[in-house]
Design a protein around this ligand. Structure first.
Ligand SMILES: Nc1ncnc2c1ncn2[C@@H]1O[C@H](COP(=O)(O)OP(=O)(O)O)[C@@H](O)[C@H]1O
Ligand SMILES: [Mg+2]
Length: 481
């Protein structure tokens, strides 16, 4: 169904502690509200008698228009009725009054905290905001939760009062119902950004600099001899998945990639990719497929690169077995520093034997830093190289570090073991690799300066670079003169 933008969200300039977000709602007249309630009853009857998935929105829309023509007779013209019908449909199915918020790509999160309380949103630019949207009755929130549960084939009721699901647009939803949540049902939607942030965006936000990004490019690609294994680590919402996704653009297009996630979040532009999603138990408590099952299965699918969205349980050992037997891989992990990353990997529930840890080449630490007014930014605080094991302790060497006072990155790489190994395998002197590093930095600088930031455009230039680096460097040189 085409979603027309009657709901237009704008931020006003009040100096409230929490900025306001106004949801411009379609105003139904009292008569129209009554009709809407009648339609709701009819629709519920239909939902009970048929499976929601067999609903055809266009057919329902036609039904609603017919219903309106019957009720309103010839008091309004057809266009008015059609527009009214579309807005009623929006209210009735899907996400109801939350639709306008769900469609706004500037929002990171949408939070319904109960009845008679404002819905809050987290805006990419303005941080936490209070909307003018209230739910006065529990039923309206429950309706939205129920339709999400139906859409995702989950259940939410007194036996299982928590719902965790993914919407068809990729957003992640958590919902709870009373008495679990004391002030009424809650909904928390973590929105999925339609256009993922790319490495160029991250450089422009100063999450990392081009020197680090070009180093990572060299290591991720591995010049065809040693693609690096990387763990991106950090706290909740520090940008781990986003960074992992952005780095994946550097994977050589010749590789076969398998991604494994709890919830599909990664949007990697490569063609040769298999995306796998784990599954929780269904309504009959059956059919669970874990991340570990999927990692095991991936090993039978001849992957070049295995990417595990979030490493946290039994799957860690399987993944590290793969890394120790010549596959390469990426993953994110929840930890506050590089040491803790290793501690978490080597202890319950992951229990990866220490000896296997040296298959990681880099641990990248990312941090979300909060400014006083609820706005935040993200920085890579450290890139550490795993250099081996001495007397039972895994050795880490810091290659890059963020200086929080100056908001600058320091390059501490006197020597990178990974680069040395790569040079050895290639049979070239390390200086050659340093040259290559500089060249790639020139390419990234060019992309940043010229704001070439979409996945598509970056991929195109990288592919051309892989085929003919001098051609790209010459072009850029001409462009810069
Ligand atoms: N470097 C960044 N700068 C600005 N916003 C970011 C950055 N990285 C991620 N985000 C935004 O932060 C939110 C959480 O990011 P995500 O990568 O999912 O975090 P995590 O995987 O650590 O929980 C997303 O909405 C994403 O668009
Ligand atoms: Mg994540």
């Amino acid at each position: 169904m085409e979603m027309n933008s009657i709901h237009n969200a704008k931020e006003d300039e009040n100096d409230n502690l929490i900025p306001r977000y106004n949801v411009l709602k379609f105003n139904f007249s009292d008569e129209e509200k009554l009709i809407l309630e009648e339609l709701r009853e009819n629709l519920i009857d239909l939902a009970i008698s048929e499976k929601m998935s067999s609903f055809n929105e266009e057919l329902i829309l036609k039904d609603i228009i017919r219903f309106l023509e019957n009720r309103l007779q010839n008091r309004f013209d057809y266009d008015y009725k059609e527009n009214l019908a579309r807005n009623m449909l929006k209210e009735l199915i899907g996400y109801g009054e939350l639709s306008a918020l769900i469609e706004d790509d500037n929002l990171e999160e949408i939070m319904v905290i109960g009845i008679n309380k404002p819905v809050f949103v987290y805006h990419r630019k303005y941080g936490m905001m209070e909307t003018d949207l209230f739910f006065e009755d529990e039923g309206k929130i429950t309706n939205i939760i129920d339709s999400i549960a139906r859409e995702t084939n989950r259940r939410i009721d007194q036996q299982s009062p928590i719902l965790d699901a993914r919407l068809s647009n990729g957003s992640r939803v958590n919902a709870t119902i009373p008495p679990l949540s004391a002030n009424g049902p809650t909904i928390t939607i973590r929105k999925f950004k339609k256009d993922p942030l790319t490495i160029v965006d991250l450089i422009r936000y100063n999450t990392l600099n081009t020197e680090m990004a070009s180093f990572l490019w060299l290591c991720v690609d591995g010049l065809g001899v040693k693609p690096a294994n990387i763990i991106v680590s950090g706290g909740t919402s520090s940008g781990k998945t986003t960074l992992l996704n952005a780095l994946s653009i550097f994977i050589n297009p010749k590789e076969r990639i398998i991604t494994i996630e709890d919830t599909l979040e990664l949007q990697i532009p490569h063609n040769h990719i298999i995306r796998m999603e784990a599954r929780t138990v269904n309504i009959e408590n059956q059919g669970e497929i874990t991340i570990e099952d999927l990692v095991k299965n991936a090993l039978r699918q001849r992957p070049d690169r295995i990417i595990v969205g979030e490493v946290r349980g039994n799957e860690a050992i399987t993944l590290f077995t793969a890394l120790n037997t010549g596959h390469s891989g990426f993953g994110t992990l929840h930890a506050n520093n590089s040491r803790e990353t290793i501690t978490r990997l080597t202890n319950a529930p992951m229990n990866v034997p220490k000896i296997m840890i040296s298959s990681i080449d880099f641990i990248i630490m990312e941090k979300r830093i909060y400014i006083s007014d609820g706005i935040s930014y993200r920085r890579i605080t450290e890139i550490a190289e795993v250099t081996g094991m001495e007397e039972g302790t895994i050795q880490l060497s810091k290659l890059f570090q963020w200086d929080s006072e100056r908001d600058e990155f320091k390059n501490l790489t006197i020597v990178s073991k990974t680069l040395e190994e790569m040079a050895n395998l290639k049979g070239v002197h390390i200086s050659k690799l340093n040259e290559e590093w500089k060249k790639r930095q020139v390419v990234l600088n060019y992309l940043v300066k010229n704001n070439i930031s979409s996945q598509k455009d970056i991929s195109k230039i990288l592919e051309t670079y892989y085929l003919n680096p001098d051609y790209v460097l010459n072009k850029i040189g001409v462009g810069l003169d």
